[in-house]
Write a protein that binds this ligand. Sequence first.
Ligand SMILES: CC(C)(COP(=O)(O)OP(=O)(O)OC[C@H]1O[C@@H](n2cnc3c(N)ncnc32)[C@H](O)[C@@H]1OP(=O)(O)O)[C@@H](O)C(=O)NCCC(=O)NCCSC(=O)C[C@@H](O)CCCCCCCCCCCCC(=O)O
Ligand SMILES: NC(=O)c1ccc[n+]([C@@H]2O[C@H](COP(=O)([O-])OP(=O)(O)OC[C@H]3O[C@@H](n4cnc5c(N)ncnc54)[C@H](O)[C@@H]3O)[C@@H](O)[C@H]2O)c1
Length: 721
Amino acid sequence: MTQYSRVSGSVGLITLKNPPVNQLSAVVRHGIVDTVQKALSDPKVKSVVICGQNGMFCGGADIKEFQTLANMRGPPLIPMIHSIEAADKPVVAAIEGGAFGGGLELALGCHYRIAHSKAKVGLPEVTLGLLPAAGGSQRLPRLIGVPAALSLITTGRHITAAEALQLGLVDQVADHNTVDAAVKFALSVAGQSLDARRISNFQCPPVPNMDALFEDVMQKVRTTARGAIAPIACVQAVRAAATLPYTQGMQREKELMATLFTSGQARALQYCFFAQRVVGRWSMPSGARWDTSKGRPIHKAAVIGLGTMGRGITVALAQTGLSVVAVETQEKQFMEAKKAVSNMLERGAKRSGKPLAHGKITYSQSLQAVADVDLVIEAVFEDMGLKKKVFQQLSAVCKPGTFLCTNTSTLDVDELASQTHQPELVVGMHFFAPAHIMKLLEVVYGPRSSPELVAVVMELGKKMGKVSVAVGNCRGFVGNRMLKPYRDQAYFLLEEGATPQLIDQALEEFGFAMGAFKVSDLSGLDVGWKVRKEEGLVQPGGGSGKSARIRNGVRYSPLGDLMCEQGRFGQKTGRGWYQYDKPGSRDARPDPWMHSFLEEYRARHGLVARRISNQEVLERCLYAMINEGFRVLEDGIAAGPEDIDIIYVFGYGWPRHRGGPMFYANMVGLEIVLERLEHYAQANPDMPTLQPCSLLRKLVASGSPPVNKWKEVIKNVRSQL
Ligand SMILES: CC(C)(COP(=O)(O)OP(=O)(O)OC[C@H]1O[C@@H](n2cnc3c(N)ncnc32)[C@H](O)[C@@H]1OP(=O)(O)O)[C@@H](O)C(=O)NCCC(=O)NCCSC(=O)C[C@@H](O)CCCCCCCCCCCCC(=O)O
Ligand SMILES: NC(=O)c1ccc[n+]([C@@H]2O[C@H](COP(=O)([O-])OP(=O)(O)OC[C@H]3O[C@@H](n4cnc5c(N)ncnc54)[C@H](O)[C@@H]3O)[C@@H](O)[C@H]2O)c1
């Protein structure tokens, strides 16, 4: 709703009131239309201020209304904003908190904008698969110029009030009460001509070499968009602003929006927006929940093992302002880590403009140094024997009540918990490399983990700027468990006739940041080799004949083992599934050696190469992963499909505009996924991961409900187990 009052004698004050972010729902739009009319027709009112309640101007259109066109009743935004711009009394936007999307478009329709110094503004529609379609794509370039508008609209980034002032997006920045400042300002401009204040009348500031600029931006956007269509439409809309009169530009904006609005990509991106918030409302099978579990403050933390992960975790903790004790036992690693952490902190400070967090870290080569910390994160080698020893030592050294966390990527968190005096104070904190940059944190609880600890760790994740997802304990948790069948299928496809390039290209065209083989080269083939050796799966030389490709009764590809035997560990050795200029280089080039290696391998195993289509690559890799996702849901390891999807979008390079694997399955059609899995399972009876999961069958039998209704079916399935 909207509140109206007259203040300081002659200023009509309109306050948007629609928690949580004063989004422009139908009722608010009604309120704005009515109150603007009231103010303009009142002779006592000489100027108008629009503000939002609770320190927030406006979070934009109500995204929930976008779910169906039928939801979108009430006055449309565009004429509403036009009538404000056309008003003959000055209208001032008082921006506190933020003005985003339609909220900023509303402010751009006003004649003046005053922002609080802590406020942020932006047009984030592109992140929802849309464009600023209430005139934003046409007004912003006219106000701040084409290059700056392109940068804001194609990225959706939020900018500070200071940057907005510099760009000319706002007229004044207030340090104290923004509404008071806006009312004062409104009084001072009452009666003044508004001819030069209506942005739709402006010409876009001229740009030298405009065609070249747009070509360049389009090229960049296409490369980074990974198949997303909204960034491209955003460039096209701004181009219309730069080249067409306002009314024609608005027509173009409308046409482009119509295409985006009904696209699957917009649905996927809006699903991700809400899913990201859903995962914050975690729950455990015990019934413990985010809103009934309280954590306690952490003042001092420790990191054990300063290798690849420990260094990033130390930086991420220090950047939250915590005191950190960083422990590494090997002298060489110890010295290198100190330098690396210091460099990472310096780079971080430069990027963020925030002060260095150096002084908060103390280094030690002894575990005794962690005696007084509140929380420990262990990041030593992925070796159960070693980790068990470290947890026994920690349990003896740390003060009672210290939370003990492990960064293991696959090992059993409960087994580690059982090494300690207080197993309820142990969870997994699974970071992703590089740990100070990657946004995902899998928080792995066991049956004994205390809800208090889960609350502490979820909160700590938030402070580190992570998207934290609470999941149950099983091998590989959610992310790595689902990755295994995906990777296995990629290996099997190589055996059957594909090349690493063919598979990676299909996955990258789908939108993955990197294909399966480039990822494998990046993380190192030796990591998985070590694990497989420990599991007794590796036979030197790979063996020969069909039996060599069956281990423990299921299909197994020894290709990765053979690569490792040849010292091809990936980027670190300059050779892997691809070749690199030198060890450590990142520029992957196809390696002709691979061709003869695969030919010889196939000949040895009696395999005849066949043509593999992109469709088969996608179906086998993705549906195998999705099938495992259904098993994860059935087993209660993830609370809902949103948890899986957010893990994949933030931790595994899954294209956000496809919404995550479970949302994608829903978009494709569950019955189609089931039919294709059945087809491939029949052709490959030795690949049990292709056998459709019973939850998938149940969902199809229940009429393939939309993803937000799966939880009801899952509940039924689990209650029958
Ligand atoms: C605002 C934030 C930065 C605040 O962040 P904070 O961390 O403080 O809080 P949360 O993010 O946790 O949010 C709290 C709470 O609020 C919910 N929420 C936030 N924003 C919205 C919103 N805009 N709508 C609804 N709900 C919102 C959020 O979900 C949380 O609740 P929950 O219960 O889930 O925990 C931050 O929230 C943020 O970034 N918000 C989003 C900002 C944004 O993206 N805004 C843009 C919205 S899109 C828009 O404005 C579009 C406009 O350009 C106008 C478009 C015109 C429409 C014309 C339609 C034409 C259709 C044509 C179709 C033709 C087809 C045909 O005819 O065939
Ligand atoms: N590398 C990744 O991409 C990644 C991603 C997620 C999780 N993980 C997990 O993180 C953990 C660490 O992996 P990493 O890649 O950083 O390993 P790493 O080999 O780079 O580093 C491990 C470090 O631990 C040190 N260490 C060994 N025993 C120690 C002890 N008793 N006390 C103190 N320090 C000790 C080693 O000297 C080494 O510096 C593993 O459990 C791994 O599975 C790794």
